[in-house]
Design a protein around this ligand. Structure first.
Ligand SMILES: [Zn+2]
Length: 441
């Protein structure tokens, strides 16, 4: 007696990124009630469905997890390039944010970012930006998985006036989404140089009680570390450690300035590192020594950062850059082999965000968050090894399908939960306004 299920996807290859790192030929993924019910050889199981998806020239893999971005900043893509971090922020990004960021900006910018991410095989993103209430709403409408690290700053923005108000509004949002299947809310103190001790200590106290994550830009540049040492005689990581912040709930983004002692501290405390290689390269911020971190047992996830400093949200590109850069930094071609790079873009992101029991790999019982990649093109031929193919030669436009919790968000490159024409039109309108004002300055 065969069992009727919601969907079966037959694929040439299934790359599981599970604990055994299984790469399976001619397998079917059986999906029911938003979850993976089984992964079986094609034709050798007893499941039937009215929704059979045939992908005979494709690799199915877990949806990619962008562990650090500022989605709405996609509307600033290309506004200011080729500058160091502090002048990029002080002279361009912060003034533009002061002028333009409001609920509509976040609504339209987040939709633009999600359209790009879904088309590039990203099924989950971790966002740090103003009006996370609006971003969470549009993510929910698009049926995308997301974590929102609500911003906390000492200074006012369009969203809140002071650290207390940021925290208050963020905790309200956490309550609103407490039992949501796809959306999580965490703390997003912006950086050590924009948030003082008092709010950081409060964040830590609540995080200990609630197990909410803490997501922060840390040791992004040598300038940040030098200035902190001059001001209070401590490296930022030491300051975080003194306040008890370094725990498995803590996600340190960038980490380009690390001593061997810092790496040991990260490993001992179970702190996660989110590596954003393209943003670090573009702003010449420095190099995160990810091969050393991985060798010490630190969990390293991958993020694009915002499209204003990358300038895309392409996790295939990011994965390739991470693997290549790691080899150059470690002066070792064996550093971060393809399999590890793929883990960084999938299961390691889920671990950093505290959702690895739900997503990040293809395993029975996990959410059906996965993508299909077309392998039939001159750029990806011939075909020796699926994992090598995914990391070193696949581009985002080869993603044909994207599913989150068993629901198709893209089929054969057609977006199904977002209106691409309308998103492009609104992006054009924002560009006209922002560019006109920029020329007046
Ligand atoms: Zn960032």
């Amino acid at each position: 007696m065969s069992q009727q299920v919601e969907m079966i996807v037959n694929a040439q290859w299934v790359v599981t990124v599970d604990e055994q790192a299984r790469v399976l030929k001619d397998h079917a993924i059986i999906v029911d009630q938003a979850k993976i019910l089984a992964i079986e050889p094609i034709g050798q199981h007893d499941f039937t469905t009215d929704n059979l998806v045939e992908r005979p020239n494709h690799i199915i893999l877990p949806g990619l997890i962008n562990a650090h971005t500022h989605a709405a900043m996609s509307l600033f893509r290309g506004l200011a390039d080729d500058l160091p971090l502090m002048s990029w922020l002080n002279d361009h990004i912060w003034p533009a944010e002061g002028k333009w960021v409001n609920e509509n900006f976040v609504h339209d910018g987040t939709q633009l970012a999600m359209a790009e991410m879904i088309r590039g095989g990203t099924t989950c993103f971790n966002d740090m930006y103003f009006f996370p209430n609006v971003a969470a709403r549009v993510a929910n409408e698009a049926h995308m998985r997301a974590s929102f690290a609500f911003p906390i700053l000492d200074f006012p923005s369009a969203w809140a006036q002071n650290a207390d108000e940021y925290i208050h509004k963020g905790l309200q949002l956490h309550d609103d989404f407490r039992s949501h299947d796809l959306i999580n809310i965490n703390f997003g103190p912006h950086a050590p140089y924009t948030v003082s001790d008092e709010p950081l200590k409060r964040v830590n106290t609540i995080s200990v009680e609630t197990q909410m994550g803490i997501h922060i830009h840390l040791h992004e540049t040598a300038h940040e570390v030098d200035e902190a040492q001059q001001q209070n005689g401590q490296r930022p990581i030491e300051r975080m450690n003194d306040m008890g912040l370094l725990t498995p709930q803590f996600q340190a983004v960038h980490m380009t300035q690390l001593t061997d002692e810092d790496i040991e501290l990260l490993a001992q405390t179970g702190t996660h590192v989110v590596h954003c290689p393209e943003s670090n390269l573009k702003l010449a911020s420095g190099f995160c020594p990810i091969a050393k971190l991985v060798n010490q047992g630190v969990n390293v996830a991958l993020g694009t950062d915002g499209a204003a400093s990358n300038n895309d949200l392409d996790m295939f590109g990011e994965m390739r850059t991470a693997a290549l850069l790691a080899k150059g930094v470690a002066e070792d071609p064996a550093a971060i082999p393809a399999e590890q790079a793929l883990q960084m873009a999938t299961i390691n992101g889920a671990k950093a965000l505290g959702i690895d029991d739900v997503t990040g790999s293809l395993a029975v019982g996990k959410s059906a968050d996965f993508i299909a990649v077309d392998t039939q093109s001159p750029e990806t031929s011939p075909f020796y090894n699926p994992v090598s193919q995914l990391v070193y030669s696949t581009t985002a436009d080869k993603v044909s399908d994207t599913w989150v919790a068993g629901k198709a968000l893209m089929t054969n490159r057609q977006l199904l939960t977002l209106n691409c024409d309308s998103i492009m039109q609104r992006s054009k309108e924002w560009h006209q306004k922002i560019a006109a004002a920029d020329q007046q300055n």
